[in-house]
Ligand binder design. Structure first.
Ligand SMILES: [Zn+2]
Ligand SMILES: [Zn+2]
Length: 84
């Protein structure tokens, strides 16, 4: 059985954001895309789910919204699940 759909793909270029990385398997590509290189640092509010790129922005958000601050701290105490 040989055809375009089943032909073994040997290069898996990462097309994220101008990245030039080419991986040799789908698993490698997935690992690569989950690596730090493509993970923007995120500081999510665990109460409302809003993510901030800087910890001080999150802090400001939490200080401005008492409900978020409470929910966020409660979620942290529970283990970091995002809930609403
Ligand atoms: Zn990449
Ligand atoms: Zn929030």
């Amino acid at each position: 059985m040989y055809g375009p759909a089943t032909a073994k793909q040997t290069s898996f270029p990462c097309l994220l954001d101008g990245c030039t990385q080419v991986c040799s398997s789908a698993g490698d590509l997935m690992r690569h895309q989950q690596s730090l290189r493509h993970k923007a640092p995120e500081h999510p509010c665990l109460a409302c789910g809003h993510a901030f790129t800087r910890p001080d922005a999150l802090k400001r958000h939490l200080n401005a919204k008492t409900a978020c601050k409470k929910g966020h701290q409660a979620a942290l105490a529970k283990g970091g699940d995002i809930s609403d």
